[in-house]
Design a protein around this ligand. Structure first.
Ligand SMILES: N[C@@H](CCC(=O)N[C@@H](CS)C(=O)NCC(=O)O)C(=O)O
Ligand SMILES: [Fe+2]
Length: 293
């Protein structure tokens, strides 16, 4: 019998991100997926409103948190993994290819001392690796393309596919960040669509096409039938050409240079300087072909 976790989504309107608490109803053990650490780039203010909302929900439900999971090093918001680990002691995890992303960004930031061995997380998942959420069987599949370290978490009948496909009317994620690949994204999407038709799919963002209400849950069958990028582009070559053409028109996410220096470091904010203030570092002219935002 397929195991059905209880999935609760928390939408962050500021970044259009979807954060999840996924719980085993039998044992009340849960995991958090893709928590957001709030940040306002205009004032430099950080905050934990989103993360605290997840903790409050977990406390209200009487759940026990077993993992803090990220699907990829996000380019549009800070991960709250470190904050949540500090509050709960729960271990953090991400896909093992994150070390390759760390190497790319170490050069962009000219971080001479930066450790690129993934030791900022408690666990690095391999492709196909199995784990448990309480009594529910869970596993990881690599889903590169949007980033080279992207993974999906399959927990019972639910798959957390983050920035591969969005809702069917939102199409697919961009694949133009350093280490991204439209060809790899196509293959990753085919692997997700090979899951059983009734698999519940939970996306990582919803950009509310046409201004509709935010939505995040679909099924494999719905994506096959109606995803605007999958039903329109019949072959890998067509998809890759269209994806790459669209990506050339997209400005960088407004927080990419802020976010990668936190997220490649396991969600740790920069160490405070002698005056007690933390500073971000913005490399200039490293993306000379980027569209103006
Ligand atoms: N306007 C957003 C764009 C964020 C963005 O690029 N999101 C990625 C996922 S991290 C994406 O795939 N977007 C698809 C698209 O914009 O078509 C921002 O500046 O943060
Ligand atoms: Fe992303």
């Amino acid at each position: 019998m397929t195991q059905k976790p209880e999935v609760t989504a928390f939408f962050d309107q500021r970044t259009c991100s979807v954060q999840y608490v996924v719980a085993d109803p039998e044992t009340s053990i849960c995991v958090i997926i893709d928590p957001v650490h709030d940040f306002d780039e205009k004032s430099g203010r950080t905050g934990t409103e989103n993360a605290d909302r997840l903790l409050q929900f977990i406390a209200d439900k009487g759940y026990t948190l077993s993992w803090i999971l990220d699907t990829h090093p996000h380019a549009d918001h800070f991960s709250a993994a470190q904050y949540l680990k500090g509050r709960t002691g729960a271990p953090t995890a991400i896909g093992e290819k994150v070390v390759e992303v760390q190497k790319l960004w170490k050069d962009f930031y000219n971080w001479l001392e930066f450790r690129t061995d993934g030791s900022q997380w408690d666990k690095l998942f391999a492709d196909g690796e199995a784990f448990k959420v309480g009594s529910i069987d869970a596993r990881v599949i690599f889903s590169p393309g949007h980033t080279l370290a992207s993974i999906s978490y399959i927990i019972g009948d639910a798959a957390f596919i983050h920035d591969t496909m969005f809702m069917p009317d939102g199409g697919t994620a961009r694949a133009d960040f350093p280490g991204g690949s439209a060809t790899a994204l196509w293959t990753s999407i085919q692997n997700i669509l090979a899951l059983p038709d009734a698999t519940r799919l939970f996306t990582g963002h919803d950009y509310q096409p046409g201004g509709r209400e935010p939505r995040w849950e679909s099924t494999v069958a719905e994506q096959k039938a109606g995803n605007i990028h999958i039903s329109t582009f019949k072959s890998e070559a067509e998809f890759v050409a269209a994806r790459e053409a669209r990506d050339k028109t997209l400005p960088m996410p407004k927080l990419i240079l802020h976010a990668l220096q936190v997220n490649t470091n396991g969600g740790c904010l920069p160490q405070p300087e002698a005056n007690g203030v933390r500073y971000l570092k913005i490399p200039l002219d490293q993306f000379p072909d980027a569209c103006w935002g």
